[in-house]
Design a protein around this ligand. Structure first.
Ligand SMILES: Nc1ncnc2c1ncn2[C@@H]1O[C@H](COP(=O)(O)OP(=O)(O)OP(=O)(O)O)[C@@H](O)[C@H]1O
Length: 307
């Protein structure tokens, strides 16, 4: 179990931001995604977990052992909890396999080559092994960085926006294969996800950060279908948010979701045009996979519903 208690951290040069996590737990083997607006503190939290920052207060424990902060170690970081680095100290003019070899010291050459090959195969990047690192694209480099961290066989793997450089085609191939890999290895995985929709595919639990704090946490289903905060609602894609009275005037009493702070919300695919009881002006049709969305103006309100 990873246990965080009373954790606070503030950058000396930033007065407005403070990370403040009174209590958080992550059982062994769980896949967690951290989502939230830009600047909400996701990366700062990850760096604290990795022992790369020195918390101002509080403790982080992994399997009852305290994770030391950056000031408590000669080389900041932790052997059992590793953050995947984009800038991972590889020599750009060496081949990928040669660079990766540096990270496994305890084996003979053949065993090292086998292990590197295993992870390159797992990540479907075997063809990159013989390429020079400088020749790799951002997305390829991202997967090599992942291979490098996996070679260290950490117990907890931390990833900061692991798919940010992947195109949609590679991402759709990569996410399921990575999920299977982590299922099999039962590595605890905590990753900051730039796109909350990736979080829904990848994680068993999703943590929403806001302004340095954990706003809410739940399964992908809970956060998608029954979030407690409008900020969470807005993170997960296109949505209409209307004051309750306005909603009732447009759609009657039948609600898609419970109100949050006096507002009703629904996603375009959750509301058909037929449900609208008022006249509207069609602004445009938006083609979507399997359906068409309609952008409408009703009483000076812009709505998106499905056809
Ligand atoms: N080294 C730093 N020095 C000072 N302030 C920093 C530093 N790094 C981050 N911050 C500030 O701390 C806050 C949290 O940053 P953090 O990178 O943790 O957010 P984030 O949620 O990961 O954002 P993003 O999604 O944009 O990566 C932001 O206001 C940011 O500007």
């Amino acid at each position: 179990m990873l246990v965080v208690q009373n954790l606070t951290y503030a950058y000396t040069s930033s007065e407005s931001f403070q990370l403040d996590v009174p209590e958080w737990e992550c059982p062994e083997g769980r896949r967690v995604a951290i989502v939230g607006k830009s600047g909400s503190g996701k990366t700062t939290f990850l760096k604290c977990l990795a022992g790369l920052l020195q918390p101002d207060s509080g403790t982080i424990r992994w399997k009852d052992e305290r994770v030391k902060g950056a000031d408590e170690r000669l080389v900041p970081g932790n052997d059992r909890i590793k953050l995947v680095h984009q800038d991972f100290g590889q020599d750009p003019h060496m081949k990928v396999v040669e660079n990766l070899r540096k990270y496994i010291l305890q084996h003979d050459d053949e065993a090292r080559a086998d292990r590197i090959q295993k992870w390159l195969n797992e990540l479907a990047i075997e063809e990159l092994g013989s390429r020079k690192t400088v020749q790799l694209s951002g997305g390829q480099l991202q997967r090599v960085a992942l291979a490098q961290t996996l070679l260290a066989e950490p117990e907890v793997m931390l990833m900061d926006e692991p798919f940010s450089n992947l195109d949609p085609i590679h991402k759709q191939e990569f996410i399921p294969s990575l999920r299977r890999l982590f299922d099999r290895e039962s590595t605890t995985l905590i990753s900051v996800m730039h796109d909350p929709m990736d979080a829904l595919q990848m994680a068993e639990r999703v943590v929403v950060f806001s302004d340095g704090r954990i706003l809410e946490e739940g399964t992908p289903e809970e956060l998608l279908n029954a979030p407690k905060f409008l900020e969470t609602v807005r993170l997960f894609g296109a949505v209409n948010v209307l004051p309750e009275a306005e909603y009732t005037a447009l759609f009657g009493e039948q609600a898609v979701h419970p109100t949050i702070d006096g507002f009703r919300w629904f996603r375009p695919n959750e509301m058909k045009l037929d449900n609208l009881v008022k006249d509207y002006h069609l602004i445009r049709r938006i083609p979507m996979p399997g359906e068409t969305w309609l952008e409408l103006e009703v009483d000076e309100t812009i709505l998106v519903v499905s056809e």
